[in-house]
Design a protein around this ligand. Structure first.
Ligand code: TXE
Length: 480
């Protein structure tokens, strides 16, 4: 059976304890590889390697870092098919989605930050013509990058690429639920000639490996994407050590549909924003708020189209909805569907676990599910479900829509559908979310900020902000 290894000091190594965890393919429910069950000893080895490598990597030229990161990007492109197949097998997502979104975006993360460092700039401020203040940025140190299972290589590289580009060295931990593409990336880094110790990848569980990274006194920058509860725990550990912290956490995003919207475009994109990646994208619009005058029309057409989405083997080209990431997560999502019924909701379509005959008989599949009749304050409309489950709610006017949209503890993203320009701006300004899409969804320009408000996290990533997060800026003031 395939045995994944840690990537420490430029080499693929076994965990010091010799212990391994099962890695399960969600579409089949079968163990298909073993992953290192690493602990704080492995994290310490990774730290020592990163610390040694920092001496040279942090002062190497931008051109040198650019060339190596571009090489990694090119190798991802060359291995696109293998990486997409690994991502789909590891995570349960349709192969087509991994091929068209996840892996190309991982490739682009490396090429974007590789070239961004060539164009970065710092500020200077002459003061009364007597003094010159300027900002001097240095790599912040050893970065700990911890990523989740929903977009495995995409989010892993989203953290690692800017950290390496900025001159940090890295101790990284992919999710233990989806470790495979991070392992393949370590092979590509060796092939690309990334110097030993610049990137170290330690596999294992959250509390043992992620906990050891967060608690390590010399790993002074932490970039984390995952659940809000985990984010709180990381913040509690990191705060007394005053670590630099970026937390990209959950969402409960509103998708606000006004009556004057472009219907076909809205309907097509809303299907996607509700159920892409089985609803396991922190940016999915899980609360669909619809202007009352079009509520019934929307409901009828949406349910009809949702019920036609093909749930099935991620390898099949026709599959739109693949498997959920794990048995535990599947049970969690199903428990929310039960809770919705207890809270008075009507399941309009879906609502059940599915068995896919053949190879995927024991996999983790749930029908795409649409629920109505729930109060905005009930748990199903307040808590992140992170699965193929959306709720429908009607609103009477703009104020009503804004009030409902802002009614959760989360503030990651929102989508607004309207052809009224003033309304689009007004509502965008009133929604408490870090990202707002108007008449579109999931468009990412790597130059733009990314991140949430409220319980969706702290720190914005994206563009030069992401590079600068991994630097320690100084102001230097010189008398002229
Ligand atoms: O995430 P965790 P889980 C949400 C979603 C999901 C819930 C829990 O609602 O149902 O979070 O998912 C590592 N110290 N999102 O439990 O545990 C862990 O090993 C340091 C939203 O899978 O937060 C993994 O590498 N690290 C989301 C990473 O944290 C720890 C994506 C994320 O796992 C740790 C995923 C600890 N104590 C889930 N415990 C998004 N925003 O995209 C765990 N980890």
């Amino acid at each position: 059976m395939l045995k994944l290894k840690n990537y420490i000091n430029g080499e693929l190594v076994e965990p010091i304890s010799g212990q391994y965890l099962d890695n399960i393919e969600p579409a089949t429910g079968q163990v298909y590889s073993l992953i290192p069950d690493s602990d704080n000893q492995d994290v310490e080895q990774a730290y020592l390697a990163a610390n040694e490598a920092f001496k040279t990597w942090s002062v190497s030229s931008a051109q040198n870092r650019c060339q190596i990161l571009l090489k990694i990007s090119q190798l991802i492109e060359r291995n696109m098919h293998e990486l997409a197949a690994a991502e789909s097998q590891d995570n349960g997502k349709p192969l087509q989605l991994a091929t068209s979104v996840d892996i190309p975006r991982a490739r682009d993360n490396f090429s974007f930050f590789a070239t961004a460092i060539l164009h970065d700039h710092n500020e200077s401020h002459p003061t009364d013509n007597n003094y010159l203040n300027y900002t001097w940025r240095q790599p912040a140190g050893i970065a700990g990058c911890i990523s989740p299972w929903n977009l495995p290589l995409y989010l892993f590289s989203w953290k690692i690429a800017p950290a390496l580009a900025a001159g940090c060295t890295v101790v990284a931990k992919p999710s233990e639920v989806t470790p495979y593409t991070a392992y393949l990336l370590s092979e590509l880094c060796i092939e690309a000639g990334l110097p030993a110790g610049v990137l170290n990848i330690v596999h294992g569980t959250g509390p043992r490996v992620g906990g050891a990274i967060t608690a390590h006194p010399k790993i002074n920058v932490i970039s984390f994407t995952g659940g809000t509860k985990t984010g709180q725990e990381i913040a509690r550990t990191a705060a007394p050590m005053f670590k630099k912290l970026s937390l990209e956490l959950g969402g409960k995003n509103p998708n606000i549909i006004f009556a004057d919207c472009d219907w076909d475009s809205m309907m097509k994109t809303t299907l996607h924003s509700s159920f892409a990646n089985q609803g396991q994208i922190c940016l999915c619009g899980s609360r669909i708020l619809i202007e009352r005058s079009i509520y019934e029309k929307f409901k009828v057409e949406f349910i009809q189209r949702v019920s036609q989405l093909t749930v099935g083997d991620p390898n099949e080209e026709t599959t739109k909805i693949g498997a959920l990431s794990s048995e535990a997560h599947t049970l969690k999502v199903l428990s929310y569907i039960e809770l919705a019924k207890q809270e008075g909701g009507d399941v309009l379509t879906g609502g059940n676990r599915m068995t896919i005959p053949g190879r995927c008989e024991a996999g983790y599949f749930i029908q795409p599910t649409v629920i109505e009749g729930l109060d905005q304050n009930c748990r199903v409309n307040q808590e992140e479900i992170f699965g193929p489950v959306v709720t429908l709610q009607a609103f009477d006017n703009e104020d009503d829509a804004i009030q409902n949209a802002n009614s959760t503890e989360y503030g990651l993203a929102a989508t607004i559908w309207t052809n009224n320009l003033q309304q689009a701006h007004r509502v965008s300004h009133s929604i408490h979310s870090g990202i707002i899409w108007v008449n579109c969804w999931l468009i990412r320009d790597l130059r733009t900020l990314f991140g949430g408000m409220k319980q969706s996290g702290v720190g914005r990533e994206g563009g030069y902000e992401a590079l600068h997060f991994f630097t320690e800026p100084k102001n230097i003031c010189i008398k002229l």
